[in-house]
Design a protein around this ligand. Structure first.
Ligand code: FPP
Length: 238
């Protein structure tokens, strides 16, 4: 059973590279508060860091990177903040549409529940996925209206609909939104929890935490996480 891939990715700069990185973009609110700015300013600064880090993942040859942009729980935030986040997603997708070099050679993919997201945004998401589908670089997964538990429940429901009466791990791995294993999870801002992110994929993930707030996160921070990952001795329970 090929549940946990041990394939080692490498390039000129790193002896070992994760095939799939998950990033929890945390600390935008605190970053804004420190500057007496509205929370939306923190998210805007965070969106720029998302652009920089996804480009660097592509430059490094990372196969998959998943960014946690909006959780199923984030709807509980004030409407003003939710609207600001949705309009940041729209802006990014409009830019990507008018200037495909925004996406470089990356494939953009969305993971999460479509229900609840406005039709305008859904249309742009579909267009961005379709237009970047022929790209051969990094797959950049954007988790919007995403919850790890919801993802597993949805996978199981699909299998039930297909008539399965007994479910294997491989069945679920085939139905979840991303590739089934996440090698490295990065969480800035000093918090050390998973927050319903990539629950299935994180079974054997390495974790890297940092006190840097996401809007201050630099390419150097990503490199630090990758240097640390190089040193980890991954045994996959063996
Ligand atoms: C968590 O930090 C962050 C979010 C809920 C939103 C993350 C979204 C972005 C960075 C925008 C991404 C944009 C694009 C175009 C992909 P928080 O707000 O909970 O911070 P806090 O813990 O300091 O309050």
């Amino acid at each position: 059973m090929a549940l946990f891939s041990k394939k080692i990715e490498t390039n000129d700069e790193f002896a070992v590279l994760p095939k799939h990185i998950g990033i929890i973009m945390d600390g935008n609110g605190r970053w804004a508060k420190k500057r007496a700015l509205p929370r939306s300013a923190g998210h805007k600064a965070g969106a720029n860091v998302f652009r920089t880090i996804s480009k660097e993942c592509e430059r490094l040859g990372i196969e998959n990177v998943t960014f946690y942009a909006f959780s199923t729980e984030n709807w509980k935030r004030p409407k003003e903040e939710v609207d600001a986040l949705m309009s940041l997603f729209m802006d990014y997708l409009l830019e990507a549409k008018s200037d495909m070099t925004q996406a470089g050679n990356s494939k953009i993919k969305f993971i999460g529940e479509r229900e609840g997201i406005s039709q305008n945004l859904l249309d742009l998401m579909d267009e961005a996925e379709a237009e970047t589908a022929p790209h051969t670089g990094t797959t950049v997964n954007l988790a919007i209206n995403y919850g790890g538990r919801q993802e597993i429940v949805s996978a199981v429901n699909q299998l039930i609909k297909e008539g399965k009466t007994e479910i294997t791990e491989d069945d679920i791995s085939a139905k979840i939104y991303t590739c089934s294993d996440c090698d490295l999870i990065i969480r800035p801002s000093g918090e050390q929890r998973l927050s319903n992110f990539l629950l299935w994929q994180a079974a054997y993930s390495e974790f890297w935490y940092s006190d840097v707030l996401w809007p201050d996160f630099k390419v150097d921070d990503l490199h630090q996480a990758l240097r640390e990952f190089e040193k980890r001795n991954r045994r996959f329970g063996g």
